[in-house]
Design a protein around this ligand. Structure first.
Ligand code: NAD
Ligand code: IPM
Ligand code: MN
Length: 350
């Protein structure tokens, strides 16, 4: 029987509540489709930071470099500054394993009400492809003239030809398997060096894909169009920061950010890819067992797809759809079910 070795990192906050539900559903899929998952858990977290001064051990990445995939909950919790916790764990995984395509499907699901008027399933179905290793998330810069009236903080945005082209190519290839349309998020009117460069690379890539329709919008009006005209969008490709913002806005338009999945992909498969919900550790609801586990579970389906189990992945998405349509539901979707009740219902629907 085929066996996949998965490194699990529940992380912080509701990561601990949604991860067991993700594993429960993936185990059910493994039983039904005839493969085995072995789980290798790491306690890397803010709690570990308080104990040891580090989010993960010095050689942490080496420990998981040979796994088939990484399944992560959420990272970050009050008590550790967010830039310390995230740059101590999540971002190093993305960067060191060259997971340059952050793939985030956004779909209005049957039975879920969009906060936008008159939207029904099918009206919102897009794939956000977010650059995940460079751009605005750079480690280059610092504070200068500290403590003087001339004090300033400088951070460079870095857009390399290699980095931009590879994520654009990923987006165009993905569009070829969907509705053959790619929209680029830009801001070349205001950010006058890196964004014109992004636009140039986008135009050159588009020329290589004559069968794909393209559009581009500045990020400000694009955000407005997400709300006014979400049906316009198929694949949306964006820099690291713009993609981050759009991938909370898009899911909010589909009813809740809590069901949104993401895949941090190293397409060349030289390193493990990582699968995690779009949402964070939700300290405001942690400990109440009301976190919606669907983002975690759907991310698990993306992991199985990546591992070469597309039927199991599709069955999990179908089970999610069935439970969203009929319940039980957590409070973010106006229900009263617990995290575990939703996880169990999806596992049973499988
Ligand atoms: P968040 O996503 O944790 O929470 C935003 C809001 O959405 C909260 O009201 C929360 O209760 C709700 N929410 C989120 N997930 C939910 C779920 N599964 N079910 C029901 N409701 C849910 O964002 P935040 O509050 O900005 O961040 C909290 C911490 O998480 C911070 O430390 C932040 O840096 C971190 N964070 C981590 C990740 C990640 O690990 N990928 C992503 C985003 C934020
Ligand atoms: C996400 C998160 C992270 C990001 C944070 C926690 C660093 O918001 O995965 O969307 O900005 O990438
Ligand atoms: Mn985000």
């Amino acid at each position: 029987m085929k066996t996949y070795r998965i490194a699990t990192i529940p992380g912080d906050g509701i990561g601990h509540e949604v991860m067991p539900e993700g594993m429960r559903v993936l185990e059910a899929a493994a039983r039904r489709f005839g493969f085995t998952l072995t789980w290798d858990e790491r306690d890397w977290s803010c709690e570990r930071f308080h104990r040891t001064g580090q989010m993960m051990p010095e050689n942490g990445l080496d420990e998981i470099a040979g796994h088939d995939a990484i399944y992560l909950g959420a990272v970050g919790y009050p008590g550790v500054p967010d830039h310390v916790s995230l740059w101590g764990l999540l971002i190093p995984i993305r960067r060191n394993f060259d997971q340059y395509a952050n793939v985030r499907p956004v779909r209005l699901m049957p039975g879920v009400r969009s906060p936008l008027a008159d939207r029904k399933p099918g009206d919102i179905d897009m794939l956000i492809v977010r650059e995940n290793t460079e751009g605005e998330y750079s480690a280059v810069g610092g504070r200068e003239n500290v403590g003087t009236p001339e004090e300033r903080a400088v951070q460079q945005s870095i857009f390399t030809r290699k980095g931009v082209d590879r994520v654009l190519r990923y987006a165009f290839e993905a569009a070829g398997k969907r509705r053959s349309s790619v929209t680029s998020a830009t801001k070349s009117n205001g950010i006058a060096i890196t964004m014109p460069y992004w636009d140039e690379r986008f135009a050159e890539m588009a020329a290589q894909y004559p069968g794909i329709t393209t559009a581009q919008f500045h990020i400000d009006i694009l955000a407005a169009h997400f709300v006014r005209n979400p049906q316009w969008f198929d694949v949306v490709v964006a820099s690291n920061l713009f993609g981050d913002i759009l991938s909370d806005l898009g899911p909010a338009c589909t009813g809740t950010i809590a069901i949104a999945p993401s895949a941090n992909i190293n397409p060349e498969r030289l390193h493990p890819s990582m699968f995690e919900p779009v949402h964070g550790s939700a300290p405001d609801i942690f400990g109440r067992n009301i976190a919606n586990p669907i983002g975690q579970i759907w991310s698990g389906a993306m992991m199985l797809e990546h591992l070469g189990e597309p039927d199991a992945a599709a069955a999990i998405v179908a089970a999610i759809e069935a439970v969203l349509a009929e319940g039980p539901r957590t409070p973010d979707l106006h229900g009263s079910a617990s995290t575990q009740e939703v996880g169990a219902a999806i596992a049973a629907a499988l």
